[in-house]
Design a protein around this ligand. Sequence first.
Ligand SMILES: [Zn+2]
Length: 306
Amino acid sequence: MILWTPEATKKLYGPKGKPFIGGTYKKKLILHTTEITTRLPNYTAPPHLTAEILEHDMVANGLWQHIPYDKAAYSLRENALEDDYWTWQVEMNAKAKDIPNYPEYVYENIAWVVNWFVENLGVKAVFADFSVMQYGMHAPQRMTDEAVRQFEGIMGHAHFGLDVDEHWDPGRLHVPKVQKYMVTAPPPPPPPPDEEEEMNTLKLGDEGNLVLFYQAAFNGWIDEYNLGNDKKVELNKTFDEDFEDAVKFYQKAAQVEENGAIDGALAPALARFHPWFQGLKAGGFDEVAREQADAAHTRLDGLHAI
Ligand SMILES: [Zn+2]
């Protein structure tokens, strides 16, 4: 998983982020507006990222990151676990009431930020309804806690916290304008016909792209922990004895049963290290990796337990 936006300047405050709570892969990006004009507020509860969207050269000198992406931020209510469910927080230096009328370049900046999370952290390019955004804890756009948890995609602070939160930022974002400037990824390809049957466990003797996906994920784990290139497996699409030993090696390190098979519990743990999720670019492998990641995600949907 990529932890920092390369274009952003690191600006760390006291709070360093909290652990995310497991149990969901429903990633969301929550947009806020700071309502003030200073470049950086003196945050006591920092978001992940501050984006100065009114700055023409935002990408060059208007981005600051405060918390790594594997930790939860503090932009919603503290002590109520509200940030802690795979939610990434972006404060835009702007005013909610002016959002619908900002010029095109501001929308290009917003799209750049949203797109970054879609491309690099796997946030779904799906927007909540920003057409009605009102102040007050009973405002019509607000969702219940459970609805927020189930939501995948891009939402605003104003969608959050029915009966508890009052903020209406970031205001009536013009979603079609954001989408106009986003680089939208094509939908993932359907899985090859020979892999359409259900496959809940990968084990010795299995073959195909799903095996390749986890071979690459295993090598990503080796890289992540600098365990040595000699421990890597061949990317041969075959669950052979070498790969079975490799899976046992991972299971030993993860302190789970060393049965050498990849089941619904092990799959998501290992998948985190796949190059696509790590945001690595390795000699043209990345395009293929992304397709494999999409296919694997589709196949293993419902099995993911973290
Ligand atoms: Zn807010």
